[in-house]
Design a protein around this ligand. Sequence first.
Ligand SMILES: Cc1ncc(COP(=O)(O)O)c(C=O)c1O
Length: 389
Amino acid sequence: MKLAKRVNKLPPYLFVEINQKIAELRAGGEDIISFAIGDPDFPTPSHIIEHMCQAAHNPANHRYPETAGLPELRQAIAEWYERRFGVTLNSSKEVLPLIGSKEGIAHIALCFIEPGDLALVPNPGYPPYSLGTILAGGKPYFMPLKEENDFLPDFEAIPDKVASKAKLMWLNYPNNPTGAIASLDFFEQAIQFARKHNLIICHDAAYTEVTFDGYTAPSFLQVSGAKEIGVEFHSLSKTYNMTGWRIGMVVGNADVIRALFQVKSNLDSGVPQAIQYAAVEALRSSWEHIAERNAILQQRRDRLIKVLNEIGLKARIPKATFYIWAKVPAGYTSIDFAKKLLDEAKIVVTPGIGYGKEGEGHVRFSLTISDNHLEQGIGRLLAWHRRRR
Ligand SMILES: Cc1ncc(COP(=O)(O)O)c(C=O)c1O
């Protein structure tokens, strides 16, 4: 069978490989603790599930949904943006539900990237930004996120001839995998750069609700003029522990949203309606459970980061996301070091190279494991460190 070139160009999806490896080891009787995957270990709040169950019993929801989503959901998304960020959205033109934000993130390149076009993509970065670009026939141009720049891209370092060939610029704050945050001033600079080079900004805001120490993450759309320049992707996955239900949204520039709707209406048939009703309930609920969940994640963060710094895996304290981006000891690549931790401590972490070249030298720890497993994992790390000395 001869695969299309575009498929051959795609690397294997990092987490598929990691999950396969974990499954193989567990099937072989190994007791593995995984810090690898960013998937909340908390259940979806029960009032959200109740709404989904009620909606699932209604035959009106057993039929094809519309790609545009239920008007009630689009309205709930617009109200959430107003309540959370003070951003006003037109729910019929500036809001589109997605089958999880990954789906929209990967598809939007099809709307704007012609073969040979560039997309500016953060590196390290969430893989679908570049994979979507490649599938559309374009090429990612990587913007390095360096620690000395607080993991923000340096727009001045992007050559004019690159910027003029680029159609999209991807940003993601709070950031996966570095845990970095961005200010409204930074978004302002990004907008100026995008305006100068006629770029569309796609801001991935999946982690704005996973924050610590009283920090509140902004939306890119809070900056005046943002809606003329781009869109923001958000998701109920991390915000409401709903990774299993697959629902997200893109909001902002009406022309960009219309283009994505055009592609999506030809590719998919929308989000199952019972899940849309669950999302309406989630978006209209209080912030209480988010605060409680974040308090637990913050305790886990503090517990793990102290140990990592003690054993020489230096890491900054993230103000947001459930990731810790730790430096690997000198002399190891991120893959070698991840293998070493797996072989010698039975712990899985994600090698930084999986997020791009600039991720080399780091591994990512996710805090989405139970407190009990976290303690066991920490015990293994400490024992492993003692054995090495
Ligand atoms: C930065 C970032 N964006 C988007 C997503 C996708 O989330 P979902 O497709 O579940 O909405 C993830 C998931 O890990 C992520 O880390």
